[in-house]
Write a protein that binds this ligand. Structure first.
Ligand SMILES: [Zn+2]
Length: 111
């Protein structure tokens, strides 16, 4: 399961950064065209966090919409929903500007 590995990577990265401090909340941004399902991450999170300093942390997930710029006609606010997006001009030469990210935006730790 792809999301399990992704969640493990996220939790390991956080554990590594916060050392022994207790994590209260984790904020993620999972772009809508990142190929990762937020509900699956949520499902895996408690499982993976168990027994670590991340256990019991609140998980907040933002899902930024996919956006791209067309290299052919220069349109720069295309909303991307399909896995292989096309510009209105017919071009598939698009540069994704947002929505394909999977990042930990912030982590709240106990002081
Ligand atoms: Zn175009």
């Amino acid at each position: 399961m792809h999301e399990l590995a992704v969640t493990q990577g996220i939790v390991e990265m956080i554990v590594d950064r916060v050392r022994d401090r207790r994590v209260l909340a984790v904020n993620l941004a999972i772009g809508q065209i990142s190929g990762v399902a937020p509900h699956a991450i949520r499902f895996c999170f408690d499982l993976v966090a168990a027994g670590t300093v991340v256990e019991g942390a609140r998980l907040h997930i933002d899902t930024p919409i996919g956006r791209a710029r067309c290299r052919s006609c220069g349109l720069d606010d295309l909303v991307v929903e399909a896995p292989i997006p096309l510009c209105g001009c017919g071009s598939a030469d698009l540069e994704v500007t947002s929505g394909d990210e999977l990042v930990v935006t912030s982590v709240e730790v106990a002081v």
